[in-house]
Design a protein. Structure first.
Lengths: 250, 466
């Protein structure tokens, strides 16, 4: 069984946003009954069918590494966490929709995780400056998930859902908002489930199929075409930014 | 007329302190978390403001600034307000936030927090009985009653904190205690951690695959729920689920191991940083201080033991005594009274400044160590509680270590300055407080020595184990 290929995806976010509940929901299709603090890193595995429904369907293991802690941790904890950031194929950023700070902290989380990969000497860049140039050639697919959707009142939803728009400038991530205690948000066939499996497909592609440079030009454009047809895509103007980005990848 | 001027000075300084407390709250304590209810922030800043005002009043007392009657009035007012906040508001809010965290009681949280508050008040009142603190002259709801009880709690807290601080500070600063950590140690531990994670992953892969095949074959894998479910699972358990529970147990054990390895690695990184820090100038300076502090702590513990054994209470002002001794030894003509006044003032000022800084730093460290978004409200209120206990008792007792050393003020102030404090507080039994403080300080210092010794011994043993 271990002969299936594997892919590593990090799950990052502030403490208390619901990463462990999310990972449990994704991997075991069940709601986590008694969430407690994650010390260090907890891993779970999801079996994913790449290109489901097509003749090229293949099954992969997706390892979800749920790293605990906060951005304000002591530097010794940060150095210890850095050991988990090696050879990452995809990142899921989790933020709490009821807590504005957790969305703002995503910026620092991205710095911590992505800088680690770009600087192979192992020196952790600790000044909080956000240099957009550093992420210009970032190839790792990203997904942003907002949790605790059920606790947001209907009228405030729009304001809350545009909080992570700043990430779109640099990363163009996909976005999902849900409630980790209710499996119906990820029920098969819902738009969230489709976005999720597209994200995983993208991660697998980047890892296994797109090592050769020439095939890379096609997929981002196809990606954007898919997004027009899926209803409920949250931010129309991101499509414009997305096209520019995909040109940049070329 | 002068009263108005004085009051306006006091009020402006209070507003300044309030602003400072607010800023500190926003910038330092709550940099990474969001506080949803501003009540907490307001209470914290108000407590901070009034506590600082009390210190200001002490300094004014020494300097002789402002009219003495207006000073007296402000003392009383400050005291009343702080007691009100401390005894009535903060416990109520703590109870309210604790109750609102529990999902079950969400509907009737007001009712339950009132109940909690009443229980707290009951115990608070009962606290006064076994202690010989009251003189029978005063009525039930007077300031003396409240202060005496607050005093007891505060003294215990202070003594515990200072006992621990007295032992912990030299341990932290002195490099003698640092274990030697090399890069290879850290790398070896990291490798072990990653290996454990890989083992966990391979087991989880098996479980995920088994679950998937079972699902595809139509066996619904659900945990046995309820009484009949359990009975059924005993007799007709599918082999798949049996396998799964076995693997799950192995995974649990491995996860526990990975957590421990993670904590150990973090510990090694921290020690390595400390070693590097101790090689810098600042580090060497603190190392030096650490030696001094350790001598001071040993002396304090010794004095506490002697005070208890010989039933003695410190009466003299250490600065005056120190100067007397120096003068007698050196044979110099010295106007002791004149100089002691200024020196004690400077000493008091230094103590205040360093203890404020030490307190704020300790607060932030403690806060980071235990915070999360759920409990942040409760923690801040607890901090406000501790802080106000600290400030109320500060003008009362003998000086302490680092965080709470501001209590030195009463002892270090020459006799004539003590009068206003004694006047305001009535006839509380100060001697009792000194004795109680000595006892708790001794107990706390000894137990923290034991605790640190055990922790220090245990850590290198863990590393030796394969």
């Amino acid at each position: 069984m271990a002969s299936l290929d594997r892919v590593k995806v990090l799950v990052l976010g502030d403490s208390g946003v619901g990463k462990s509940s999310l990972v449990h929901l994704l991997c075991q299709n069940q709601v986590l009954g008694n969430p407690s603090w994650t010390v260090g890193c907890s891993v779970d595995v999801r079996v994913h069918d790449y290109k489901e429904g097509t003749p090229e369907e293949k099954t992969y293991y997706i390892e979800l590494w749920d790293v605990g802690g906060s951005v304000g941790s002591a530097s010794s904890v940060k150095s210890t966490r850095a050991v988990f950031y090696n050879s990452v194929n995809g990142i899921i950023f989790v933020h709490d929709l009821t807590n504005k700070k957790s969305s703002q902290n995503l910026r620092r989380w991205s710095l911590e995780a992505l800088n680690r990969d770009l600087v192979p000497t192992g020196v952790l860049v600790t000044n909080g400056d956000y240099d957009q140039e550093q992420f210009a050639d970032n190839q790792i697919p990203l997904l942003v998930i907002g949790t605790k959707l059920d606790q947001i009142h209907e009228t405030k939803r729009h304001e809350v859902l545009t909080r992570t728009a700043f990430l779109a400038e640099d990363f163009n991530p996909e976005e999902i908002n849900l409630d980790c205690t209710n499996p119906r948000y990820l029920a098969a066939g819902s738009s969230n489930a489709v976005k999720l499996s597209r994200f995983f497909d993208k991660v697998i592609e980047k890892r296994y199929f797109l090592r050769e440079g020439n095939q890379m030009t096609l997929s981002p454009i196809c990606w954007e075409m898919f997004s027009i047809w899926i209803p409920g895509f949250p931010d129309r103007k991101r499509f414009g930014a997305g096209t520019l980005k995909s040109l940049h990848y070329d | 007329m002068s009263f108005l001027i004085d009051s306006s000075i006091m009020i402006t300084s209070q507003i300044l302190f309030f602003g400072f407390g607010w800023l500190f709250f926003m910038r330092q304590l709550f940099k990474d978390y969001e506080i949803r209810q501003y009540v907490v922030q307001v209470i914290f800043s108000v407590t901070f403001a009034f506590s600082c005002t009390m210190f200001e009043l002490i300094i004014f007392e020494i300097l002789g600034v402002l009219n003495s009657s207006s000073r007296y009035f402000h003392w009383k007012m400050n005291l009343c307000v702080i007691l009100l906040i401390l005894v009535f508001m903060v416990p109520f809010y703590i109870g309210y936030f604790i109750v609102s965290n529990i999902r079950l009681l969400h509907k009737q949280r007001l009712l339950f927090s009132c109940l909690l508050w009443l229980t707290f008040m009951y115990f608070f009142w009962k606290l006064g009985d076994p202690f010989p603190i009251l003189s029978p002259k005063h009525g039930i709801l007077s300031i003396e009653q409240l202060i005496s009880r607050v005093g007891v709690i505060g003294v215990t807290l202070m003594a515990l904190l200072s006992g621990f601080g007295a032992v912990n500070c030299p341990y932290t600063y002195m490099s003698y205690f640092l274990r030697n950590v090399t890069d290879t140690d850290i790398l070896a531990l990291e490798r072990r951690l990653l290996q454990t994670m890989d083992m966990i992953i391979s087991k989880k892969k098996r479980m995920a695959m088994a679950r998937r095949t079972m699902f595809q074959k139509g066996e619904v894998h659900n945990k046995p729920s309820g009484f009949w479910g359990m009975i059924k699972s005993v007799t007709t358990s599918a082999s798949g689920s049996e396998n799964l529970t076995l693997i799950q147990q192995e995974v649990d054990a491995l996860e526990e191991l990975s957590r421990q390895l993670f904590l150990e690695t973090a510990d090694l990184y921290a020690t390595k940083e400390r070693i590097e820090y101790s090689k810098t100038f600042k580090g060497k300076y603190f190392n030096f201080l650490g030696y001094f502090f350790s001598i001071y702590c040993v002396w304090k513990i010794f004095m506490a033991t002697i005070n208890i054994v010989f039933d003695r209470v410190g009466k003299t002002d250490p600065v005056t005594r120190g100067i007397e001794i120096t003068v007698n030894y050196l044979g110099i003509q010295f106007d002791v009274k004149f100089w002691s006044q200024h020196i004690s003032f400077i000493l008091v000022g230094i103590i205040i400044v360093t203890s404020i800084r030490g307190l704020l730093i300790t607060l932030t460290k403690f806060f980071y160590a235990i915070s999360s978004s759920k409990s942040s409200n409760v923690i801040v209120l607890l901090l406000a509680q501790i802080m106000s206990h600290f400030w109320i008792n500060s003008f009362d007792l003998q000086g302490m270590y680092f965080v709470s050393s501001v209590l030195l003020i009463r002892m270090s102030m020459p006799l004539e300055y003590r009068t206003i404090i004694t006047e305001v507080l009535g006839e509380l039994q100060f001697n009792f407080y000194h004795r109680w403080f000595d006892v708790i300080f001794l107990v706390s210092a000894l137990s923290s020595i034991l605790f640190l010794y055990l922790a220090h011994k245990q850590a290198p043993e863990k590393q030796m184990a394969p």
